[in-house]
Structure formats: structure tokens, C-alpha cells
Design a protein around this ligand. Structure first.
Ligand SMILES: Cc1ncc(COP(=O)(O)O)c(C=O)c1O
Length: 364
């Protein structure tokens, strides 16, 4: 039998599948994974306990409205619970947005070094992804505005951004929201917002406007990447539309319970933020003194630059022999850079020591 008549929707086979951060290395006894921006300290002990407790009732479907988690998020963030939607990671919210607002003939705009799931989800919805160039590894609002057309339906901006780690000002983001054409929805991806002290992912802009939604995740500072849970906060008309495409049980009961405990454990979150800031500064300086400068990062990773793409590739290979797995960025169009998650003290020292040896001539 032939399957030649069973064909995916136009454009699906043009999608390059997402490449996740590697989790194994070629050498070394113990592998330290610094390729996926995970929290080296893990989740709050309260979140872990809630997840384990949820195992006692696995036969029961999860709460479909996510009301307890939405209430906890609303309380901690000072936002309205009715305007929150929860997803299996913020990836799912990104996918809901593309499926709901963009289709064949529509454009989904994002920044040059934007997160890879924006074009993937856009193409999965049949829409056309469009990139706006960045300036010095920063989101360029003028370039985004200039790239808008009557077909632009969604504009994705991560602030701070992955993989660059850079951030643009509140005023710039507001200027973008104000300057978009009327049919375009601005998606502010705050996956790394918690790493910026005192920053709430542009929640106030979401409050003030009806063309802005923010997405957030429990995968990064909350250390729950394996549980798959994220959320979005947007205008009522957008949340209503997204809820129509959301499956009733899209988030597991264990993930909901863990996330609720995690968001309430604000002391633990602050501890993780402070540790990250301390070791990010330390690592940036240490690598710069080896001749590997990096742009200022507001996230839980940094992006050192090598003298050439070959040098970055060789450094990546050498780090693997030392049991250190980082993220190569040629897929993002940044072949001379590597992205390194800020691990704990041991990991930061290990990366520095390995890159010091590499710069002195050690090779894989
Ligand atoms: C900018 C950005 N947005 C969204 C995500 C998706 O995160 P998750 O689906 O785990 O919530 C990531 C994960 O790496 C990210 O870096």
C-alpha cells in the first residue's frame, strides 16, 4: 500500500523540527547539562512535594479550568485570574496563538534571533514567518514596525530574549505596542522575566492595552521544565478565543499542583534569582578575561563570542570531552557564539576551567 495520497497540510514538511539542547556529552564521567536553561537548583521543595502528592490520585482528570493555579498566579502577580490561560509549557500558548490568529496568507513577525518555536508554530498554522533584523543583538523596534504589513497578525518578542539574553526598555516595548497595525497582536514572551529583579514581564502594558498578551513559563526559574506548564495573561477577548482551541485537560494535575506551590514560594524564587545573578556576573567576567566577551545578559544564560565559527565549534566539542554540554547557535544564525546556562558554582567554575584550557590550546 502507498501513503502517497495522505499528505500533510501545505508547508508542514518545510518546517525544520526544533532541536532541543543536548543532554549527553562525548566524554567525562559526569555530564553537566548547560544547554537548556534549566534551574541548577531544581524546583522549590514545596513544588516537588505537591507533585509527589498528586501521584496519589492519578486516576482523576485534572481541573479543567485551572482555577486554583490561576488564583495563585493572580495573587502573586497582582493580575486578574479571569484573564489567565494555562498551557503545557508556554510552547503550547505560542501554538494556541498561532492556530487562533494566523493562517494561510498571514504573517507572523519576530525578531531575527527570536525563539525557534515562533516560526515553527507559525508554519504549523499555515502562516508565513517573517524576521525583522536586530541591532547589536538587541530587538529593534523600528525594524519590527517597518516589517509590518496588512497581513501581520502576530508579533513575537521575548524580553529578555533567548538566545541573546538581551533586553529592551519598557518604553521601546510600549512604542512597539502603540505602533502596530490594528490587526496585529503583540506577544511578549516573558520566559526569563523572573530573572530580572522587579520586572513583571510587562504585565502593566497588558493591563493597559487590548493588543498585548504576555506568556510566562514554569520551566526556567521555577525548575519545572519536565512538568510542562506555562501561562499567558492577556485581554479578555484574546483569552476567550484561546480557550476555545485549548483542550479541556491540557495540563496535568501534577503540573498544576507543582506550579501552584512554586509560584507561592516567593522566597525560593528570590533565592534562585539572586544566585543566578551572582554567578552570571562571575561567569561573564571570568570568560571575558579569557578573551571570550559576551553581551550583557538578563537571563539565566550567557552567550560568549569566539573568534570564529570554527573556534566556537571546537570549543563546543572540547567542552563535551569535559562532560559539559552547552548550546551551539549556528541554527540561530549565531555560529561564532555558544549559549551557556548559568549553572551552580561548581558548573560555572568547571566551564571556566575548561574554556581556559581550550583557549591555551587544548582541543577535543
Ligand atoms: C523565549 C522562550 N519562550 C518560550 C519557551 C518555552 O518554554 P516552555 O514551553 O518550557 O514553557 C522557551 C524555552 O526555552 C524560551 O526560551
Amino acid at each position: 500500500m502507498s501513503h502517497k495520497s495522505i499528505i500533510p497540510q501545505p508547508g508542514i514538511l518545510n518546517i525544520s523540527p526544533y532541536v532541543a539542547g543536548k543532554s549527553a556529552a562525548t566524554g567525562g564521567n559526569r555530564v553537566t547539562k548547560l544547554s537548556a536553561n534549566e534551574n541548577p537548583h531544581g524546583p522549590s521543595p514545596l513544588a516537588k512535594a505537591a507533585y509527589i502528592e498528586a501521584a496519589g490520585s492519578l486516576e482523576v482528570y485534572p481541573n479543567s479550568s485551572h482555577a486554583p493555579l490561576r488564583a495563585a498566579l493572580a495573587e502573586v502577580h497582582g493580575v486578574e485570574a479571569e484573564r489567565i490561560i494555562c498551557g503545557a509549557g508556554s510552547d503550547e500558548i505560542i501554538s494556541f496563538l498561532c492556530n487562533t490568529y494566523a493562517g494561510p496568507g498571514d504573517e507572523v513577525l519576530y525578531s531575527q534571533y527570536g525563539f525557534a518555536m515562533y516560526p515553527i508554530s507559525a508554519m504549523a498554522a499555515g502562516a508565513t514567518p517573517v524576521q525583522a533584523t536586530e541591532t547589536n543583538l538587541h530587538t529593534d523596534v523600528d525594524a519590527l514596525l517597518a516589517a509590518c504589513t496588512p497581513r501581520t497578525k502576530l508579533v513575537f518578542v521575548a524580553n529578555p530574549n533567548n538566545p541573546t539574553g538581551t533586553m529592551v526598555s519598557e518604553a521601546e516595548i510600549q512604542r512597539l505596542a502603540e505602533g502596530l497595525p490594528p490587526q496585529a497582536l503583540l506577544v511578549l514572551d516573558g520566559a526569563y522575566a523572573e530573572f530580572v529583579e522587579g520586572f513583571n514581564g510587562h504585565a502593566a502594558l497588558v493591563e493597559a492595552r487590548d493588543n498585548v498578551i504576555m506568556t510566562r513559563t514554569f520551566s526556567k526559574i521555577f525548575g519545572l521544565g519536565g512538568a510542562r506548564i506555562g501561562w499567558g495573561y492577556g485581554p479578555a477577548h484574546v483569552i476567550d478565543a484561546l480557550n476555545r482551541v485549548r483542550g479541556p485537560f491540557n495540563v496535568s494535575a501534577a503540573a498544576l499542583a507543582a506550579a501552584e506551590a512554586a509560584v507561592q514560594d516567593v522566597d525560593y524564587t528570590e533565592h534562585c534569582r539572586a544566585e543566578n545573578e551572582k554567578w552570571r556576573g562571575w561567569l561573564r567576567e571570568a570568560l571575558a578575561s579569557l578573551g571570550l566577551p559576551s553581551v550583557q545578559s538578563f537571563t539565566n544564560f550567557i552567550m560568549p563570542q569566539f573568534e570564529s565559527a570554527d573556534a566556537a565549534t571546537a570549543a563546543d566539542a572540547y567542552l563535551q570531552t569535559r562532560g559539559l554540554v552547552v548550546r551551539a547557535l549556528s541554527g540561530y544564525g549565531l555560529p561564532t557564539h555558544l549559549r551557556i546556562t548559568i549553572g551552580d558554582e561548581i558548573a560555572c567554575r568547571a566551564v571556566t576551567s575548561a574554556l581556559s584550557d581550550f583557549m591555551k590550546g587544548a582541543r577535543a
